[in-house]
Design a protein around this ligand. Structure first.
Ligand code: MTE
Ligand code: MO
Length: 319
């Protein structure tokens, strides 16, 4: 993804200025480059550099048993050091640009191999099942990680409302791609919209979370408001943000990253310290807000819960 980002920056500068609705974006980028070395260093390490305004609290959230007992990543790190390419390639772009995203009205189309296809208003999704707080480890393919108290419920809760048929072998998740709200959707880095996929048994696993909040609050826009996926045993890019469509399908869908760099990003993308990315090791990771590195665990520490899903599969081939 680091190479893609370099491409993105080149691609962005190749766009005629007449096509850019928001010149402030570029002024902004120049200002980032001029930011103090200390600020840049803090941002690069995921240390809290910006005091993020806090969001609206979510009520009636119960603690879940699906939780790890680990030190939480600071709220400021998790909400100011982000990947959300629709808003820009740099880690602080989403926190600076995602205020453009309109999260109401919002609806999610659920279709495909289901007996009861349905379009859910976000208000209905919020009432679909009791909200749970789950503290999960989260590991980005780039080598950083965090521990976040997400709020939401298992994706299976939504799935059973639409009654997937026996033809539903995979599930595809499609993010919003709106040029008016998301300045980088005009830059052809990825084949927009951002899309991801899971095998049906992965999608129905109770750990697979539809998240609507974090740290007791409504999901910030930079973290994928109003609705995103969290698949804690897979690299972070599987966890699509700002979802507008969920499709139950027969064939394995090709994700946006598979289309853009198939030799680097496969469909499964399970966290695996033994399979290096073609350009870097995956043996270690750095928690946002910390300096040292720690060992990356198979399936991001969730092997006990999910390894059986891959019994008999060659996880080097199925990367
Ligand atoms: N729509 C969309 N979803 C996305 C991304 C993105 O660029 N666009 N980035 C992915 C990557 S690479 C990661 S690591 C996580 C980051 O989530 P966070 O910013 O909440 O930590 O979101 C994932 N989901
Ligand atoms: Mo990532």
């Amino acid at each position: 993804m680091i190479r893609q980002k370099a491409m993105l920056i080149r691609a962005a500068s190749a766009i005629p200025s007449s096509e850019i609705t928001n010149p402030a974006l570029y002024a902004d980028r120049r200002r980032f480059l001029l930011a103090s070395a200390a600020g840049a260093l803090a941002g690069g390490l995921g240390l809290p550099a910006i005091a993020a305004p806090r969001g609206e609290a979510l009520a009636d959230v119960r603690k879940s048993a699906w939780t790890v007992e680990e030190k939480l990543t600071p709220y400021e790190s998790a909400t100011t050091y982000n990947n959300f390419y629709e808003f820009g390639p740099d880690k602080d772009d989403p926190a600076k640009q995602a205020h453009r995203l309109k999260v109401r009205p919002w609806s999610v189309v659920v279709e495909g191999e289901v007996a009861k296809p349905r379009t859910f208003a976000i208000e209905d999704i919020l009432k679909l099942a009791p909200l749970e707080e789950r503290v999960y480890r989260f590991r980005c393919v780039e080598g950083w990680s965090m521990v976040v108290p997400w709020i939401g419920f298992s994706l299976s809760e939504l799935a059973r409302r639409v009654e997937p048929t026996s033809n539903a072998k995979f599930v595809e998740f499609i993010s919003l791609a709106d040029r008016e709200q998301m300045p980088y959707v005009r830059v052809p880095l990825l084949d927009w919209p951002y899309s991801e996929g899971l095998r049906i048994d992965e999608a129905m696993h109770p750990l697979t979370l539809l998240a609507v909040g974090l740290y007791g609050e409504v999901l910030p826009k930079q973290n994928g408001a109003p609705l995103r996926l969290i698949v804690p045993w897979k690299y972070g890019f599987k966890s699509a943000k700002s979802i507008v469509k969920i499709r139950f399908v027969r064939e394995m869908p090709r994700s946006a990253w598979m289309k853009s760099a198939p030799q680097e990003y496969g469909f499964y993308s399970n966290v695996n310290p033994e399979v290096p990315h073609p350009r870097w090791s995956q043996a270690q990771e750095r928690r946002l807000g910390e300096f040292g590195k720690r060992k990356t665990l198979p399936f991001n520490g969730y092997a006990e819960q999910v390894a059986a899903l891959y019994a008999g599969m060659d996880l080097r081939k199925n990367y």
